[in-house]
Design a binder for this molecule. Structure first.
Ligand code: SF4
Length: 133
């Protein structure tokens, strides 16, 4: 399996000079956004016709990456998030997505999905404004 676009390996180390004015998650959000665009193109899947769905999922993945060290699927409940990250089944792209193109978060939708949009891209500005607004 190629993990070239996997968010867990695509991130730069965050040894930082990050000031309080520059939240750490800004970097992670961009890493996750780029991963999602690349992965959608590679798998022939599309983002949701409602970009608010895409933005919320990307933001959730970035937050989990920051807080847990892995892009754990944000659309599920976990008893022990750290253990789930270590197990990797629900690290994005999760096993159901990798094996069957099943993304219950509606981040990656197959061509025949009625909720899919036309886009495999979303700008960082759009993600930020959609999650803040
Ligand atoms: S369902 Fe899987 S592919 Fe979809 S966002 Fe969650 S972890 Fe990623």
């Amino acid at each position: 399996m190629s993990d070239a676009a996997h968010p867990a390996t695509a991130a730069a180390p965050s040894e930082s000079t990050v000031s309080e004015a520059t939240p750490k998650s800004a970097d992670s959000l961009e890493v996750i956004r780029k991963f999602a665009e690349t992965y959608a193109k590679r798998t022939g899947t599309y983002f949701c016709s409602d970009p608010g769905v895409t933005a919320v999922v990307l933001e959730g993945l970035a937050r989990n990456k920051d807080e847990l060290g892995g892009a754990l699927c944000p659309c599920r409940h976990y008893e022990d998030k750290e253990a789930e990250v270590a197990q990797a089944f629900w690290n994005c792209p999760c096993v159901p997505m990798r094996e069957r193109k099943e993304c219950h978060c509606m981040l990656f939708l197959t061509e025949d999905n009625p909720f899919r949009g036309e886009s495999q891209t979303i700008s960082l500005e759009d993600v930020k404004s959609l999650v803040s607004g």
